[in-house]
Design a protein around this ligand. Sequence first.
Ligand code: NZQ
Ligand code: ZN
Length: 380
Amino acid sequence: MENFTAYNPTTLHFGKDVLRALGPTINRFGKKVLLVYGQGSIKKSGLYDEIMTYLNAIGAEVSEYGGIRSNPVIEDVDAAAAIGREKSVDVILAVGGGSVIDSAKVIAAAIPADVPAWNFFVRRAMIRCAVPVVAVLTLAATGSEMNQFAVVSNHEAEVKNSIGSPLLFPKHSFLDPQLTVTVPRNYTAYGITDIIAHALEAYFGKGEEATLTDRFVFDIIKEVMEYGPQLLDDLTNYELRAKIMFAATMALNGMTMYGRASGEWGVHSIGHILSLLYDVPHGASLSIVYPAWLKLQKERLPERISQLGRNIFGTGDVDKTITMFEEFFRRIGSPVRISEAVGEKADPDEIFRVMGSNKAATYVHKLDQDDYREIIRLMM
Ligand code: NZQ
Ligand code: ZN
C-alpha cells in the first residue's frame, strides 16, 4: 500500500429538509453573503426563494452572481470575484451542481488574492487563503461538495483544467435528495456515469495494493449500477435519489484514494477536451472516453481490468468487461460515441491538436501521439 494522508474538513448535512439549518450555519461566518448560482433551475424550482427566506431570517446582506454555465468559464469567476471583493463578503453560498460549486471555490480564492483567477490554473499565483464556501447541492455527480477540486474552462487559452487546494473544501455542504428530483433524465444519467468514472479513475491510479480501497470502488460502482437504472425509471423517488447522491459524494471525497499515490485522471482529461470544444456535458464526455480508453489499455492492463470485471460483472474476461461497461452507459442514455453527442461536427484533427496542447492523459498511464489517434478513432 502507498502512504497517504486523510483530510476532509467538510461538514456534510445529508437528508430531508436539512436546509433548515442553513441560516444559522451561514451566520457563523458573517452577514455579508455572495450567493452564486447557475442558469435558472433554482428559480424555476422555488429553491431560490427558499434560500432567500433563510438568509433574510438572519438579516444577511446578500449580493448575488447568477448565470454560471455548465462547464463553467473563467470570465464568470472573475466577474463574481469582483463583486465579492467590492462587497467584502464574509462567505460564499453556492447553490447548484458541480459547475456552480467549482466556480464558487475559485471565486473564494480569487477574492483575497485580487488577481485574475486563471493565474491559479497556470501556477502564476498560489492559493494562500480563501473566503469560506457553503454549498447547497442540487445535482448528484461531481463530488465537488466534499472535495478540494475545481474545474474551469478558459476558451481563449483552449484549456479546461482543474486546481486543488486544502483551502477549497466547502466548510459545509447541504445535501437534500429532494432538491435533485427536478434534475432531468439526461443529467441524472450523466451524473451516474460521472460517479462510475470517478471510482475508475481512482482504481486505475498509482497503488494497486490498496485492496480495501479497491472494494470501496467496486461497491460504489455496484451501488450505482443497481440503483441508477431504477432511478431513471422513477425520477422522483426519494430513496433512489438519496442512494445516488450519497454514492456521488463518496466517489470523490478521498475515500477511494486511501492507500494510493494518485488517481489516473487520463479519461477525465480527454473528456474535458470534448467539453471544451463541443460543450459536451461532463458525464456524457466520460461515457464516450471510458470504453475507448479501456479498449486502448486492455493489453497493457489485463490483470487490473480482469479483476474489475470479476468484481463488478462476475466475469474475468477483459473484452466482456469493457463491452458490459459500454452497454451500461448506452442503456442509461449516456453517449458512447462522439457522433452521438455532437453529430457530425466533431473534427478528429482538432481533437488531436487540443489533446496535445492540453497534454491529455500524460499523468499515470501516459498516452503518446499514436495512442491519441487510436483513442480518437475508437471514440468517433
Ligand atoms: O445552471 P442551472 O440552471 O442550475 O442548470 C443545471 C445545468 O444546466 C442543471 N441542474 C442542476 N441542478 C438541477 C438542474 N436542473 C434541474 N434541477 C436541478 N436540481 O443541470 C445542468 C448541469 O449542471 P452542472 O453543475 O454543470 O453539472 P455537474 O454537477 O455535472 O457539474 C459539471 C462540472 O463539474 C466539473 C465538470 O468538469 C463540469 O465542469 N467536475 C468537477 C469535479 C470536482 N470539483 O471535483 C470533478 C468532476 O470530475 C468534474 O470534472
Ligand atoms: Zn468527473
